[in-house]
Design a protein around this ligand. Structure first.
Ligand code: SAM
Length: 203
């Protein structure tokens, strides 16, 4: 099934079994994916900062993406595409293998109650899907204000042979805050970031 365009840059992939062309016909350039981009503060700033890269912002909430599309149009950003998609489907099969330079998963819902924890994105299965879409030296960038989730993320990543710490690999965007990050910081909470590089595949 072809990607349905809601506006020029907003594509709905939900419920479709397809592999997209993440460049949308553009020439080759590095691709960055902001998963669960929400209101898009980080996504828009990333596109502004790196006009030579293609930035993909994805979220399940169509209303939020529409607002991001309006802001992107107002700013005249030509390097930003928005995907209405579920994180699991996007990383599972909708994005081609080894196509993304950096994946950002920032302030995902922490699901703090034990009975809801199965809803969290950062699991061994999800990280394996992310490793699939990352280029060989691709970067995984995570952040959360929820410290128990942060500890779990560290442990899950450490138990996998897929990623190695690469704290400097997002230094160029260290100053860019997400909408949720600003909210949490205004409440006095800290939002630690974790950055990893895709480990080389065994020979
Ligand atoms: C807590 S907000 C964080 C938004 C943004 N990254 C930020 O830091 O401001 C989590 C976002 O993930 C999105 N989300 C939740 N479940 C999703 C799913 N299954 N697939 C894609 N996005 C999802 C929500 O719609 C929401 O915009």
């Amino acid at each position: 099934m072809p990607t349905q365009n809601i506006s020029d840059r907003l594509h709905t992939l939900t419920g479709t079994y397809q592999v997209i062309d993440p460049r949308f016909g553009r020439p080759t350039c590095p691709i960055e994916l902001d998963m669960g981009c929400g209101k898009g503060r980080f996504t828009l700033a990333l596109a502004d900062r790196h006009p030579d890269r293609l930035i993909l912002g994805s979220d399940i909430m169509l209303g939020r993406l529409r607002k991001v599309a309006v802001k992107a149009d107002r700013r005249g950003l030509r390097n930003l595409e928005l995907l209405r998609a579920s994180n699991l489907e996007l990383a599972g099969y909708q994005i081609p293998d080894a196509s993304v330079r950096r994946v950002h998963l920032l302030c995902p819902d922490p699901w703090p109650k034990a009975r809801h924890r199965h809803n969290r994105f950062v699991t061994t299965d999800f990280l394996t899907r992310l490793a699939r879409i990352l280029e060989p030296d691709g970067i995984l960038h995570l952040a959360t204000d929820h410290l128990p989730y942060l500890d779990d993320i560290r442990r899950i990543v450490a138990d996998l042979p897929l990623f190695c710490p690469a704290p400097a690999a997002c230094d160029d965007i260290r100053d860019i805050k997400t909408d949720f990050e600003l909210l949490w910081e205004a409440e006095g909470r800290t939002v630690p970031h974790l950055v990893f590089v895709r480990a080389p595949s065994p020979a």
